[in-house]
Every structure is written in C-alpha cells, then in structure tokens.
Design a binder for this molecule. Structure first.
Ligand code: SF4
Length: 367
C-alpha cells in the first residue's frame, strides 16, 4: 500500500499582519494608531530547505519570526505548519506543537540563564514536554545533542559564562535541537559573534540540516550571512516582502531597487570588479512603520522612483521572471535601463513631531 505524498511545504505564511497598538492617555489608555510591524507577508518554506529573510533593522523580520511561533499575537492572516493552522490552535496544543518548531536567538549571552548549568538549560524543554523516562535517559539524550554541535560532554556541568561567544551559541543551538524539532527559526544567529566564528556557526547549521533533515527560516540583516545557507531569499522592507527568489538569482541579478542597493554595499573580493561596480547609496532612514508612506513604501528613498504610480499605488509582489517575485511597478524598465537612477533628497524628520507611546505586547514564553 502506498502512503499519501508528504506535502513539500512545511511552513506556509499567507497575508500575515502583526500590528501593535499605539496608546495614549493618563488614566485610560486609548488606541491612537498602530505600528504595522508586519503588514501582509506571504512566504513558503519547503521541507529540508532554508529560507533566508533579510532586511535592515526595524523592517519587521524578527517580529515575523516570532509571530510564526505565535510568540506575538497575529492580527490577521494565516500561518500553517505541516498543514495545521497555528493562529487558531488552542494554547495547550500550540505548546505541544512548539516541540516541532524551535528558535535560535541572536544573543547567546542574554538568551541563556546564567544561574543554570548547561545540563539544566538543555533538559528544561525535555522535562516540559515529558520527553525521556528519567534523568539518566535525558542526560544521555542531551549528551548526544552536545556531540552533534561539537561541544564536549563535560560542558554539561558548566555555566554559560565559562564559554566563549561561539560556544554559547552552540549551547543555544543544542537547546533548540534537544527537542528534535523539524523547523528552526534562527533570528540573527551569528550577528553577535566575531567574524572568525560566524562561518563556523553557519557551517554547523548547514551540517545539522544535512544530517537531521531540518528546515530553517534564517533571519539576518546581513546578506552575506544568508547567502551560503539559503535556498530561497526573501528581502523585507517596512513590514512587507519586496523581492523573493532562489538564493543565486538574488545575488547575481537583484531586481528590486532596494535589493540592488543592499547588494551594492556587499564588498566583492576582486579589486577590479570592486572598483568598477555600481554603488547605490540610500539616503534617509527607514520610515516609521506607524506611519508608512503611501503607494510603494520604498518611494521616499528609491533612486528609481517615478512621478507616476510610485507614490500612489502599492506594488504587489509579482512574478517578474520565472521564480523571481518583485514588488515594483517599473522592474522591467529598470532592468533594461529605460529608467535610470537619480538623486533622492533626504527627508528630515520634523523636530515638532511627537513620538507616540507604543504599548509593548509581552510575548508568550515558549517552554
Ligand atoms: Fe522604486 Fe517605484 Fe519601484 Fe517602488 S515602485 S521600488 S518607488 S521604482
């Protein structure tokens, strides 16, 4: 008897929105607006593959990662994991589901409790999910996990401060692996590490994926970090995806003006090519997600922005070339040189502009 085919897509996000309320008031808070941290994102991650999500700080990529795990409340949209709709899952079932979906955090120092030794850190999740018959069995399980991340077994009795930054991140990876997850969301997994250690941790993630068949959503602000590990790369700007393509295409033929500007900042190791390449300097800061620009959200900084459409119509993410999605009205004209870049005047933030209070929604603690 043949089994039904395993669906290829493990994680499917559709029109995901995460809006945080902005409140003001002395006695009673009233909602005066919303920070649109994630504002309509579609993405799919295939089983056993890596989706690299890149964008500058504040673009909403980390919020998206946490919303996938339901650590932030979802305002609208759908998150399906292995065919199960997570946004409607009761809390107890969601807690059980988190065994299959784990997170690696950016800062291994603050994400590891300094009062717990490594054994306690790694067994916490196993105990919470009732995995392992007794302490001896759990000890053997986490010892094997330590082997897989390249840490010695004597590390079990040590505390996080006794390790280097790279070793602490290996402990963070071991904690995520201990529960035997299928999906790992790695939020800036190497940005707190020295450059010399970054490649080791990226290689480790790559090896673990090959040996354990893991699926990754890797979130980073640095294009170089996701380049070698990703099958597909999505570029995010102000709460939405502006480009998505297989990793090679994004690096060799970026089509969206924002991606082109990001790519132009990545150094090329060949001095001749480095001297000849086009550099696109973006002016101004990322606009506030509480008050995003109308039309194309990138139009206030886009060197290719046109008087027609850009400031009025929000471009949808569309297939500009086979398998290559871009959210730009003029992508074809820019690609063939009919539209050339121009200088963009820097928009200053008005000094009299009031900064609203953003109510922080406390994330639900994952075991
Ligand atoms: Fe630039 Fe206009 Fe394309 Fe937006 S739609 S990226 S503003 S050219």
């Amino acid at each position: 008897m043949s089994l039904p085919p395993v669906p290829d897509v493990l994680l499917e996000v559709r029109d995901l929105k995460v809006h945080f309320p902005i409140t003001r008031g002395v006695i009673f808070d009233r909602v005066i607006g919303h920070v649109r941290a994630v504002d309509g994102v579609d993405l799919s991650v295939r089983r056993g593959q890596t989706y690299g999500l890149v964008g500058e700080s504040g673009c909403g990529k980390s919020t998206l990662g946490r919303a996938v795990l339901q650590l932030y409340p979802v305002t609208e949209g759908s998150v399906r994991f292995d065919g199960v709709e997570l946004t409607k899952l009761p809390a107890e079932q969601m807690r059980a589901m988190r065994q299959r979906m784990q997170m690696i955090f950016q800062d291994p120092v603050s994400s590891l409790d300094p009062r717990q030794n490594v054994e306690s850190i790694l067994t916490e999740g196993l105990e919470a999910h009732g995995i392992g018959a007794d302490r001896a069995e759990r000890r053997e399980m986490i010892s094997q996990t330590l082997d897989s991340v390249g840490l010695p077994r004597w590390a079990l009795s040590r505390y996080p401060h006794e390790f280097s930054g790279g070793q602490r991140q290996r402990i963070g990876i071991a904690r995520a692996l201990a529960l035997g997850p299928e999906l790992i969301i790695a939020d800036e997994p190497v940005s707190a590490l020295d450059v010399s250690i970054q490649a080791q941790v990226i290689n480790l993630l790559d090896q673990l994926q090959n040996s354990l068949g893991l699926t990754y959503l890797v979130i980073a602000h640095d294009l170089a970090v996701v380049r070698h590990i990703s099958d597909t790369v999505g570029v995010m700007y102000l709460g939405a995806l502006v480009e998505e393509a297989p990793s090679d295409l994004i690096y060799t033929e970026p089509l969206h003006p924002y991606t082109r500007s990001l790519m132009s900042a990545v150094p090329i190791p060949d001095p001749e090519l480095e001297d000849r390449r086009e550099r696109i300097l973006l002016t101004g800061d990322l606009p506030s997600p509480a008050n995003p620009p109308p039309g194309c959200r990138f139009h206030t900084r886009c060197p290719w922005a046109q008087p027609e459409r850009c400031a009025e119509e929000r471009p949808p993410l569309r297939e500009a070339r086979p398998g290559h999605l871009v959210a730009c009205h003029w992508v074809e004209e820019i690609a063939d040189g009919r539209i050339r870049p121009h200088e963009v005047a820097t928009e200053l933030v008005r000094p009299d502009e009031e900064i609203p209070t953003v109510s922080i929604v406390q994330p639900v603690q994952a075991p």
